[in-house]
Design a protein. Sequence first.
Length: 54
Amino acid sequence: MYHRFWAEGGTGLVGEVSLVIDDSANKRFLEAVRWFPATEDNQEPLHLLVFDYR
């Protein structure tokens, strides 16, 4: 079973939270994906994390 996520009319941030998923054994993707995008140092964040809202 596969899931498909998308944003309508903009960008989206999708993630998964689980206490029982074993990433080394059961992460399967229909198409190859990169876990982390390329980064550039000293850039302003596009999306803030929970702890960034102060």
